[in-house]
Design a protein around this ligand. Structure first.
Ligand SMILES: Nc1ncnc2c1ncn2[C@@H]1O[C@H](COP(=O)(O)OP(=O)(O)OP(=O)(O)O)[C@@H](O)[C@H]1O
Ligand SMILES: [Mg+2]
Length: 548
């Protein structure tokens, strides 16, 4: 093989090309200059440079020389990297051909494409990784491309490789700093923004920008059965806000259940995906990341369809989404804790107020009525005449009844026995007087012994039984109610079961405050509540409260 000795002109062109790399040309115009130089130095009529996308499968951009705009428009789409171009992508080794169309790998050229015969392809490699290829065709004078040409183009390819790598590094660095900026912004918002909706909206918008996704949604559970869209970023998604979907039948619900991030490269083929919502949006790919705070799974962040030719998300995208999800988790957890604290204060204030009213009714109103009673007694003895005595007597009976009412009301408001002797004696009294008043058979059983529980827990369980018994009278038409208190190593379980007519628990969302109040009280103690009921089959309420 002859040593390659480029002529002066060629050397100058090569030098110019390498100077261009250090100037601040855009990657596009730099590649354009390299292509033109390659055509010039080898005498090729047509030259092109294809950049392979990071997946390594297809061409991301295609810069040409020798083909004017008109022709380019007439040819249509850029080559996708099949045929000979594909072979060069796969093999990444130089290739010289006398006639393109003779090669068995050739798939032919599209209509309106200029005829091409002689061919030189040279890969652009950086540390063994192919970043793209030079393609040169139709050397002037119908000659074949030479070894010499190949060497020259290889030198240009080395320049192109550096330029492309620099551009990718720059892009990665910019992306990185954008990510940091967004996360910083969310961090600041966490410290200052108190509106959860606005915070999650920010998380959704920023993650959509950085993931370059079509749609990003944040879902939080409502009750045990459903998930609600609380933040949505993406033009078509605005209508989703506030909508709910069943937890059990959806991919989102399942990902929350499993507590691990997941990715689907083809949503229509994923049997778990909630097809109704996904079909409405024509979603193709998805990322699902659970929101987890202090070990609790509290929601989900999902992203769909990368806005690139290839809509699939990468591992990096998944990690990025996880970072955003962890920020969102902190926000949700914080706001739930604030809401809980506020609610706890309300409940505490309510109990205090009830206690004060109960004492006032008992001590003041009760005392006053007792004095009146005594007064009436002496009056009854003092007055003459049957009629007068009769009136005083019936007045006295009225006062006795009122006094009983006042005492009952005081006990209902806040039984002294609950404070003085604890939950079990208080429930014994409550169930006894309930049985007397209603003629329902109430069975109460306690496995607690003499143990006193934290005041907050005793109050909550007492109020739960109170509300449940009221519901039994109001709605159940039951004959028997059983109330069982059981002790677990670190929890107390309360079971209230009636044999009444039952109801559909899913149907009562817009109903009264009773069950909702029970749910909130249990939630406040980070406990679990189950309401099992079917029409005609009675009702069972199970509340489990942890003792910390
Ligand atoms: N033990 C029960 N048996 C049959 N139905 C019940 C029972 N408990 C609750 N329900 C049904 O559930 C609904 C909701 O109960 P909840 O206690 O929340 O509201 P409410 O009792 O109607 O009103 P409030 O408690 O606010 O006075 C009731 O209206 C009733 O239809
Ligand atoms: Mg009720």
């Amino acid at each position: 093989m002859e040593a390659v000795t480029p002529s002066d002109g060629r050397l100058r062109s090569l030098l110019e090309a390498s100077m261009a790399i250090t100037s601040d040309l855009s990657l596009e115009s730099l590649l354009q200059r390299l292509v033109s130089t390659a055509a010039e130095l080898t005498g090729a009529t047509y030259a092109a440079l294809g950049v392979i996308d990071p997946s390594g499968q297809q061409l991301e951009s295609f810069v040409t020389s020798g083909i004017d705009h008109e022709t380019q428009r007439a040819i249509g789409d850029l080559p996708s990297g099949r045929g000979i171009l594909g072979a060069l992508i796969d093999e990444a080794a130089p290739l010289r051909l006398h006639d393109l169309s003779d090669d068995p790998r050739s798939v032919g050229v599209p209509p309106n494409h200029p005829a091409m015969h002689t061919f030189l392809g040279v890969p652009i490699l950086v540390r063994g990784v192919a970043y793209g290829n030079f393609y040169l065709t139709e050397k002037a004078g119908e000659e074949d491309f030479t070894e010499d040409d190949q060497e020259i183009v290889s030198l240009l390819a080395a320049q192109a490789a550096i330029a492309i790598e620099n551009a990718r590094l720059y892009e990665a660095a910019t992306q990185w700093s954008q990510q940091l900026e967004s996360l910083n912004e969310i961090g600041n918002a966490l410290a200052t923004e108190t509106d959860l909706g606005r915070l999650l909206d920010l998380v959704a918008r920023r993650s959509r920008e950085l993931l370059n996704a079509r749609l990003v949604t944040v879902l939080l559970p409502v009750g045990a059965e459903e998930l609600r869209f609380v933040a949505v970023a993406g033009e078509e998604g605005a209508g989703l806000i506030g909508q709910t979907m069943p937890r059990a039948a959806s991919k989102s619900g399942r990902v929350i259940e499993r507590g691990r991030s997941e990715r689907a490269d083809s949503v229509p083929d994923d049997p778990e995906v909630d097809h109704e919502v996904m079909r409405r949006f024509g979603v193709r790919t998805g990322l699902w990341v659970p929101l987890v705070a202090r070990g609790r799974r509290i929601g989900l962040l999902a992203a769909h369809d990368k806005l690139l030719a290839d809509p699939r998300f990468t591992d990096n995208d998944l990690r990025l989404a996880e970072t955003f999800a962890s920020r969102a988790s902190v926000a949700v957890d914080l706001s739930q804790r604030i809401a809980q604290t506020a609610f706890r204060r309300v409940v505490e204030a309510q109990e205090l107020e009830r206690r004060r009213l109960a004492r006032e009714l008992h001590d003041e109103t009760g005392q006053a009525l007792t004095s009146i009673l005594l007064g009436l007694k002496s009056l009854e003895d003092a007055v003459d005449g049957e009629d007068a005595r009769g009136s005083v007597a019936s007045l006295r009976e009225l006062v006795v009844a009122t006094l009983q009412d006042v005492r009952r009301l005081a006990v209902e408001l806040r039984p002294k026995v609950l404070d003085d002797f604890g939950l079990v004696p208080a429930l014994e009294r409550l169930t006894e007087s309930f049985a007397e008043q209603t003629e329902i058979d109430v069975r109460f059983e306690s496995g607690l012994g003499d143990e006193r529980l934290p005041a907050e827990v005793e109050t909550a369980l007492y109020r739960i039984v109170q509300e449940s018994l009221t519901n039994v009278v109001k709605h159940a038409h039951a004959r028997v109610v059983s109330i069982v208190l059981a002790r677990k190593p670190d929890a107390v379980v309360l079971v209230i079961e009636d044999d009444g007519r039952g109801f559909d628990p899913a149907d009562t969302r817009e109903g009264g405050f009773g069950l909702e109040g029970i749910r909130e009280r249990v939630g406040l103690l980070e406990g679990k509540l189950q309401v099992e009921s079917r029409e005609g089959a009675g009702t069972t309420i199970v509340a489990e409260v942890r003792l910390i």
